[in-house]
Design a protein around this ligand. Structure first.
Ligand SMILES: O=C(O)C1=C[C@@H](OP(=O)(O)O)[C@@H](O)[C@H](O)C1
Ligand SMILES: C=C(OP(=O)(O)O)C(=O)O
Length: 432
């Protein structure tokens, strides 16, 4: 296993950073394009494994995706089949990707099957139960390989209609998105009730927006109720915006080291909830400017960072980034609303706290979040990444201010941002 030794930044960072396109938006657009009848063009496809896994699954389901790479961006042409899927058996490998596995499971339920959906060991451990239950209620046959509610699972459809579905909202919003994406193809559409409050709600709004771009507009998202009317996706040309979750790492670098970082292409009209991370940094004392086409975070080195109390249920992928920023504040930070992130790529409360504490940090796991109390004794250490790209990238940023940080298994970043380490090394600063 390789290890990345991060070099600290001695001076303020001044950088204009290009982050990859959003993997969440790309995976939704790929499903909408696959369900449209005809050719769509997705401009600016995300480069990571999660997107590659989606493309491979669609290909296996008889929906070819032609990818063209230029120096600036990747474009994909998707030949949608209007919801028609081939007879199986077909195996669909979704690697480590939550979105791909959940969206593909729902898509597969539109076809005759059998389709075996599997993923790598950590993904097999993640919960799928509410989605599998819902697809079962819609008339699909789901046979678990080992345990009900987990991968691997064999799916055979096609789904029919159901009066109303009910599921919890506090495990993952991806189940809701998966059902919304296929709902127009179901006779009479879908009515879905949520028995508990929805986490990661902004992602459901992204789903609604991407569906609208592909011509499906009869979608109503209320507090505990979602309705999607029967309809058809129209092939289209869709441009994928830069990934706001990836942007959190360079923006956090400006907050932690001092200086100014701008992220190109991520502007005021972003669809992504994670774009609100800059509001959190602003509350901590950074200067933030968001224009039509750019997001900039600045901190003068003589302006201290304040700790804050922050509910991150809507932007939970940024908890690792937030935790490392909080180690640099002058007062404690309490993160709440994120008990559900124990079932992400890693246990993003327990594993994150344990690794950060190896550097002399004081991170305590609470019921639904973390308490980070700044210490002045941070030191380098070898940090394990637990198959989690977000732990790896957050630890990379920590290494800009704490000398001797080594990140184990650094290639896990390929899930969302394969070129992350090059981008981090390229942030201009005097290096120790
Ligand atoms: O729908 C999406 O694209 C995502 C939803 C969120 O997951 P949960 O809804 O499971 O929190 C988020 O953490 C994930 O990175 C991407
Ligand atoms: C949780 C994440 O992704 P997924 O759930 O799609 O695996 C993530 O990218 O942080």
């Amino acid at each position: 296993m390789t290890v990345k030794q991060v070099r600290t930044a001695e001076g303020p960072v001044i950088a204009d950073v290009v982050v990859p396109p959003s993997k969440s938006i790309a995976n939704r657009a790929l499903i909408c394009a696959a369900l449209a009848d005809g050719e769509s063009e997705l401009v600016g496809l995300a480069p990571g494994d999660d997107t590659q896994a989606m493309i491979a699954c669609l290909d296996a389901l008889g929906i070819p995706v032609g990818v063209e790479q230029s120096a600036e961006r990747t474009t994909a042409r998707v030949l949608g089949t209007g919801g028609r899927l081939p007879v199986g058996p077909i195996t669909l490998h979704t690697r480590l990707a939550g979105t791909t596995s959940r969206f593909i499971t729902a898509l597969a339920a539109l076809g005759p099957g059998p389709y075996l959906i599997d993923g790598e060991a950590p993904l097999r451990g993640r919960p799928m139960g509410p989605l599998h239950d819902s697809l079962h209620s819609l008339g699909a046959v789901l046979e678990p390989g080992e345990t009900w509610g987990h991968l691997p699972v064999t799916v055979s459809g096609p789904v029919g209609g159901a009066d109303a579905l009910m599921m919890p909202g506090d495990v993952s919003s991806q189940y809701v998105t998966a059902l919304m994406l296929i709902a127009p193809m179901i006779r009479s559409g879908m009515r879905l009730g949520l028995s508990t409050e929805l986490v990661s709600r902004p992602y459901v709004e992204i789903t609604k927006s991407v569906m609208a771009s592909f011509g499906v507009t009869d979608v109503d998202v209320a507090e505990r109720r979602i309705h999607v009317g029967e309809g058809r996706y129209a092939p289209t040309v869709y441009e994928v915006e830069p990934d706001a979750s990836s942007a959190s790492y360079p923006l956090a670098a400006a907050a932690m080291v001092g200086g100014a970082v701008s992220v190109r292409g991520l502007g005021r009209a972003s669809l992504q909830g994670d774009a609100a991370f800059v509001d959190v940094l602003e509350r901590m004392g950074c200067l933030v400017t968001v224009s039509d086409n750019t997001t900039v975070v600045m901190r003068r080195r003589d302006t201290p960072l304040r700790g804050i109390d922050v509910d991150m249920a809507d932007i939970s992928d940024l908890v690792p980034t937030m935790a490392v920023v909080a180690t640099q504040a002058t007062t404690p930070t309490r993160i709440t609303g994120v008990g559900f992130i124990r079932a992400k790529e890693s246990d993003r409360l327990g594993d994150l706290a344990a690794e950060l504490n190896k550097t002399g940090a004081d991170v305590v796991v609470e019921d639904d979040g973390l308490l980070i109390t700044p210490t002045d004794t941070l030191h380098g250490s070898r940090l394990e990444t637990h198959h989690d790209h977000r732990l790896a990238m957050a630890f990379g940023v920590l290494g800009l201010v704490v000398s001797g940080v080594e990140v184990a298994d650094p290639d896990v970043v390929s899930k969302s941002w394969p070129a992350f380490w090059d981008a981090l090394d390229a942030i201009p600063a005097r290096r120790a």
